[in-house]
Design a protein around this ligand. Sequence first.
Ligand code: FE2
Length: 302
Amino acid sequence: MNSEISSGSVPAKSTHDWQPCSASGGVRVLNGFLKVIEFDAAECTRHADAFERLRRGELQAVIVHNMYEQAALHGLVERLERRDPVFLQTWFPEKFRSWFYGRNLNLSRPGLDGYFDEAAQFHRQLESLLPGPQGLVQHVGRLLAQLDGGRPVRAAPGPLPGQNYMFTTFRAHLEGGYIPPHFDNEQTLRPTYRNLHEIVELHMTSFVLALTQAEDGGALEVFNLTEEPAAARMLSDDRVLVKPDVSALDSVSFRLPAGSLILLDSGRYLHRLTPVRGARKRWTACSFMALSRNRDATYCWG
Ligand SMILES: [Fe+2]
């Protein structure tokens, strides 16, 4: 939907700011290209084909509201702010002004030395943060499985028996924090992805569970530019000089309220995190996902 034409007849970028709409569960087409459905967490079983529609390209995003009650979220974020439990803290490149609890696979050592021990510890800490069926692994995994006809959603298994990748990581984005435009499938080009290559299909999606909302900014901006799973290319690397000109691309910007989750076709669609404005941190839990090669599960990693 390029209604604005500049004086030189070059199409100008058009950005659509998404607004929550939990009522329908029907498909909305945002800015002429991004098809999204959204509904309440209690409705997940009524959308058992949501993942399949995402994989087929019939949807680009699925938004699930009220994944957790607000009181539970406040308690969770308060503990994250206090670093209780003492999660492993790791960092994005410094200029992104953001960090993780847990270790992002992209930023792990090429041979994954120590990663699976850290993952076991991280899962124990997740369990102490929110125990039992409300735990992130159980609760988010169960609701996501409902969106895929009951197919289990679980941490990807590591190369040795008993090993698992981190189901997710927490991300804290400070004022000015951002992530530049990229396709998530660029991680398939990294050495840290070698084991996953053998056990998952190429098409990758991701979820972002909002734990807090930035005062301003901190939007997930999705551009009208796609790349097929087999054609991954590295964009979030300073040595790559030729990058898409996002100033010319139509986009949709999502600022999710705390407790909402977005499932995005982030392997195919170019996207970025716009700079966070204001003192409040933007806290999320974020994971990547792909079907196991024998299609009996969806595997997650953070
Ligand atoms: Fe991404």
